[in-house]
Write a protein that binds this ligand. Sequence first.
Ligand code: UTP
Length: 236
Amino acid sequence: MRKDRIVIKIGGSLLFRKDHRINFQKIEEFCDIIKDQTNYKEPLLVVGGGIIAREYIGFVRNYSGNEALCDLLGIDISRVNAKLLISYLGELAYPLVPATFAELSLAMLSKNIIVMGGLQPGQSTTSVALEVAEFIKASKVLILTNVKGIYDKDPHTFPDAQLLKKITPAQLTDLIIKEASSTQASAGEYRIFDAVSLQILKRSKIEVNVGSGMDLSALKQFWKGNANTIGTIISN
Ligand code: UTP
């Protein structure tokens, strides 16, 4: 059977509870789903920074005003978060967090589940997921976040926001520009799709699905092969 590669980004918002403590249950639930055999090869996971990254970034911004330094702190924390998943996955996971594409190439030789965090300043871990997906020729990227997919407006602010089933990269770019705020490109504040990820989306043929990580039942069905997509499909 032909096995494709897949990249899954798990947003940092899913790793921590409201009280900033590690969400043991969510990490267990997510890892237990993806541990099972599927139609895909071992998935490559990209982990976000979450509330802990934003705490560090807030401190550094306050005293240094250095956005690049803030991004670097965000990257460090996302890599620490990646280690949470590596430790839960045990021998199924490659034990190190690749920090460069060269390190990723080496990790790929292991055929284990690879878990990554950030790569370089000026972008989000969604960009990492897309960059890595291009690099390893993945056919699909799943982005698990704290909403069910892409809405026509911010669902946290507008209760009448409509969940979109499908959107093209060009339509997504228009939507994001319309909703943009002045803090959109600050460390810790990159939205689900930042400028870098939008550019990669446009040039690559990878299908991206944005879905809920709060309720992992859709992921479970997808992973079992009972569904082809989750949440919103971004594709041409
Ligand atoms: P994210 O903002 O991508 O994590 O990375 P997140 O919390 O999972 O985001 P959500 O869940 O999608 O909202 C944390 C921070 O780390 C820095 C950025 O400052 C980013 O906001 N970062 C991450 C980089 O600078 N470069 C990277 O490659 C990745």
